[in-house]
Design a protein around this ligand. Sequence first.
Ligand SMILES: *[C@@H]1O[C@H](CO)[C@@H](O)[C@H](O)[C@H]1NC(C)=O
Ligand SMILES: *[C@@H]1O[C@H](CO)[C@@H](O)[C@H](O)[C@H]1NC(C)=O
Ligand SMILES: *[C@@H]1O[C@H](CO)[C@@H](O)[C@H](O)[C@H]1NC(C)=O
Ligand SMILES: *[C@@H]1O[C@H](CO)[C@@H](O)[C@H](O)[C@H]1NC(C)=O
Ligand SMILES: *[C@@H]1O[C@H](CO)[C@@H](O)[C@H](O)[C@H]1NC(C)=O
Ligand SMILES: *[C@@H]1O[C@H](CO)[C@@H](O)[C@H](O)[C@H]1NC(C)=O
Length: 475
Amino acid sequence: MLIRISCVFVVCLASYLTNARQFPNDFMFGAGTAAYQIEGGWNEDGRGPCIWDIFVEQRNLSDAKVACDSYHKWQEDVENAKNLGLDTYRFSISWSRILPNGTLNIINQKGIDYYLNLIKALKVAGIEPIITLYHWDLPQYLHLQGGFLNPQLVDYFEDFARLCYQQFGQYVQYWLTINELFQVCYVGYAAGSSAPGLYLEGDGVYQCSYVLLLMHARAYRVYDEEFRNKYNGQVGIVINSEWREPASDSTEDLEAQEQALQFSIGWWANPIFLGNWPQIMIDRIANRSKLEGFTRSRLPEFTEEEINYINGTHDFFAFNTYGTQIVSYQEEDPISYPSYIFDRGVNTSDDILHYALGIRREINFINDRYKPKAILITENGVSQDDQSLEDTERIDFLNSFLNNILDAILLDNVNVISYNVWSLMDNYEWGNYDSNMGIIQVDFSSPNRTRTWKKSASWYQNLATTKTLDPIKSF
Ligand SMILES: *[C@@H]1O[C@H](CO)[C@@H](O)[C@H](O)[C@H]1NC(C)=O
Ligand SMILES: *[C@@H]1O[C@H](CO)[C@@H](O)[C@H](O)[C@H]1NC(C)=O
Ligand SMILES: *[C@@H]1O[C@H](CO)[C@@H](O)[C@H](O)[C@H]1NC(C)=O
Ligand SMILES: *[C@@H]1O[C@H](CO)[C@@H](O)[C@H](O)[C@H]1NC(C)=O
Ligand SMILES: *[C@@H]1O[C@H](CO)[C@@H](O)[C@H](O)[C@H]1NC(C)=O
Ligand SMILES: *[C@@H]1O[C@H](CO)[C@@H](O)[C@H](O)[C@H]1NC(C)=O
């Protein structure tokens, strides 16, 4: 009797969990890549150089001249995406492949054809393309003119965006203007470990963010005014941040958490969703700038017109996240050189305990604060030391992340509509091939760049086709 009852209980529990672990029918599962990380074909058919081509040479890093060779193997990639049962495939357009110098005076038809073929093949396979316009590969010619420090880039980006909407717009429902603003401006212009490799830690980094937000707004408004009626697609930007968990619930640590979130998510999301930079950034950077001897804040001030131009340029909130950090209060750093890190003024460290849980909190934070119409998770995944096909750890991680995302959907009623695992395949991780973040292995030692499904690919295929998740959370 007892055994029978517990069996019934187990069955009930299992079926309850099974039901509870079902994603909505229209939820979109996808996988992501970026042009520079997979295409190769670096000097073929008229492609112009981008800042990464130059940077890897300067720093003597592994190059991406062939990478996954997707410039030639795109049909196999589409085939894999189809066999995985993906609803979406997120990829980016190489600006210098279609505009070798970044500007409209030279249009490279072969580059346009490459993306047209890819997009059409995806549509035939029943896969919705999610296209990133800018994923870090600025045409070198535009960098020579100041890159993200030069507001003229806003005009050039407008031209590039319009060309893409004209050429591809009829097939595309989801456009992402710029990927990971923090990486573009902080890592590229302050930390110097990404192209173009500058160390403008307390000024260039903010000028970059100012130009970048205007670029995004311009590209959004061009779509809104010239293409939305025709194609009815949606446009947004991709913000990246780890979740910031307070070290304790003391007032100081909670304030530190808020400060950290404003300096990561708010930096970009406030101008777009609320209007203007976060007040705490305005105040802290103005204060420190003054004490450092500057006559004005190192954070550029938006005009009233610019605030209104940027505000509201979103159809959804797209974000990338890979984990959680603990944040705690720290004493004000003494005045020395200008620096984003001093401006931010909090102590952060990686957090294994809340690794996957953070994603649910981040979704809720974004939803409560910015009230987007929908949320797209455009990147999430894990790296792996080797290229092993038995990547059970990745499955555990993804399963944990996705269970937390599903909690946000089912328990917190947040409108998360899409998840794109990073990445469709192992690829070039900006200077090396060590991250192995793909659910499909790529053999970089073979001229064929042979693709082989890892265990996680079969797992993801099952998820994408059944929309059902194993309820175990490991992390
Ligand atoms: C560049 O890297 C290669 C391989 O790691 C090494 O053999 C070579 O000495 C490096 N060259 C310079 C100039 O650092
Ligand atoms: C394109 O850029 C290269 C430098 O990358 C420059 O030498 C060339 O003159 C540019 N061409 C045009 C037409 O602007
Ligand atoms: C930004 O737009 C929102 C929504 O339209 C509006 O409520 C808010 O007042 C605007 N912000 C500013 C600073 O104008
Ligand atoms: C800015 O400085 C003023 C005066 O020194 C101080 O009262 C205020 O708290 C500071 N604000 C921030 C956000 O640091
Ligand atoms: C930052 O936090 C870490 C871990 O919580 C701690 O060990 C360290 O002492 C803190 N550093 C500062 C400057 O507060
Ligand atoms: C590369 O692919 C071709 C055609 O599929 C095959 O004949 C060849 O054996 C492969 N070479 C390697 C090194 O895998």
